[in-house]
Design a protein around this ligand. Structure first.
Ligand SMILES: [Zn+2]
Length: 97
């Protein structure tokens, strides 16, 4: 199956309770139960032109269309918001119920 947004085979990536489609750049490492390290991330938002997305064009993400970055930080695996105390605790690898 091909995702027209990316024009390449669609891959579903699952971690914890999240399920997402892999994009053209997907460097999220799998959770490692041996190290139990959190993967601290932040969201970055860009304005995109829907016409370019539909045409399958390569999206240009730079300072011109950057809307916001670094508003919050959290762990990709356990979805906990960053707190210094969590840096001392191992990551459970998935969100708490
Ligand atoms: Zn975590």
């Amino acid at each position: 199956m091909t995702d027209p947004q990316y024009s390449h085979p669609t891959e579903i990536v699952t971690t914890g309770q999240l399920e997402r489609h892999a994009g053209p750049v997907d460097r999220v490492p799998e959770y490692d139960p041996a190290t139990r390290e959190h993967l601290w991330i932040t969201l970055v938002m860009y304005r995109v032109d829907p016409a370019r997305v539909e045409a399958g064009e390569q999206l240009i993400l730079d300072s011109v269309n950057l809307l916001s970055a670094g508003l919050s930080v959290g762990c990709f695996y356990c979805e906990s918001p960053y707190a210094k105390r969590l840096t001392y605790r191992p990551c459970p690898g998935e969100p708490s119920p």
